[in-house]
Ligand binder design. Structure first.
Ligand code: PMM
Length: 294
């Protein structure tokens, strides 16, 4: 098993440092939407969302990812005003109660700006800056980290007939190109995180191949985020509904950590923190018992 690739630590505006050089970080998912594929509707109410955010932090989330627009296959876009009013009160409420860094899962620069004003620390853009041309400029001017994710087309149509020449190399080339565009707009190299976008315009086989080759994405030179949690390629492989994908998710998280992922985005924070810690203990083990150089 190869040792983890090394990435720089990621300092945030609030003084917290994400020690990506030391261990995989767990990003807990908080969808404030009526229709996300796994937890849609459960945390739509702001009070319920706040409670869930605090629970994610207590269970060991290093980052809480808040989204107000579902990106499930076939989803229609949400009005920016509606998205704003879903996420901003939750970010403000969490900021008053906990210090866990917050990322805002949005493709809209206006929503991202309002979320950053409300106390978010990171922008998670599943369109990698393609849907809103203002996004990379905003990220640059605020000097915040950004997740650039691969998606084939847009949520409404991405699962129609996903096709690639070579899924791993096509996605890697896309991410390298979007990172270059972000840097041209002034985003610092060490503020970019890349994500192959599991489930976003991919067949089950595409997703499996991306996971098997996840280490390739670390070679791009940016920390890698893997978001496999409860996704349909796990359901299709094990023939299980969304509520019964914990073990399948655990397998994908273990493989992602072993492949050098810096961040795993998950619903089940406590269990996946333990999966990641166990894999990391194996990666660091030496026969003398001394910790291996990381
Ligand atoms: N997946 C979803 C939403 N946002 N962001 C990143 N960076 N990576 C992902 O894989 C990702 C994402 C969809 O899943 P959800 O409905 O469970 O949030």
């Amino acid at each position: 098993m190869e040792p983890r690739p090394r990435f720089d630590d990621l300092p945030l505006a609030n003084g917290t440092v994400l020690r990506l050089s030391e261990r995989t970080h767990v990003m807990g998912i908080l969808n404030v939407t009526p229709d996300s594929f796994s937890d849609g509707g459960r945390f739509f109410d702001a009070e319920a969302a706040l409670k869930q955010g605090i629970a994610l932090a207590e269970n060991g989330a290093d980052i809480i990812d808040i989204g107000g627009e579902s990106t499930r296959p076939g989803a229609e876009p949400v009005d920016p005003g509606e998205e704003f009013s879903r996420v901003v009160p939750v970010i403000e409420g969490l900021r008053e109660r906990i210090e866990t860094p917050i990322s805002i899962d949005t493709t809209k620069a206006d929503v991202a700006a309002a979320a950053l004003d409300a106390g978010a620390d990171i922008v998670n853009d599943v369109s990698a800056g393609r849907f809103d041309t203002e996004m990379v400029g905003l990220v640059a001017s605020r000097a915040v980290p950004v997740v650039l994710m691969h998606m084939l087309g847009e949520p409404r149509t991405m699962q129609e007939v996903p096709a690639y020449e070579d899924v791993v190399e096509d996605v890697a080339a896309f991410l390298a190109s979007r990172a270059a565009t972000a840097m041209e707009a002034g985003v610092a190299r060490n503020k970019i995180i890349v994500d192959p976008g599991f489930g976003f315009g991919k067949t089950r086989e595409h997703n499996l191949e991306l996971l098997r080759n996840l280490r390739r994405f670390t070679e791009l030179g940016y920390p890698v985020l893997a978001g496999t949690s409860r996704k349909s390629f796990i359901g299709a492989t094990l023939d299980l509904p969304v509520g019964e994908r914990l073990e399948g998710t655990a397998a994908t998280v273990a493989l992602a950590v072993a492949a050098g992922a810096s961040i795993v985005r998950v619903h089940d924070v406590g269990p996946m923190r333990r999966v990641a810690s166990m894999v990391e203990a194996v990666l660091r083990a030496t026969s003398s018992g001394a910790e291996r150089e990381r």
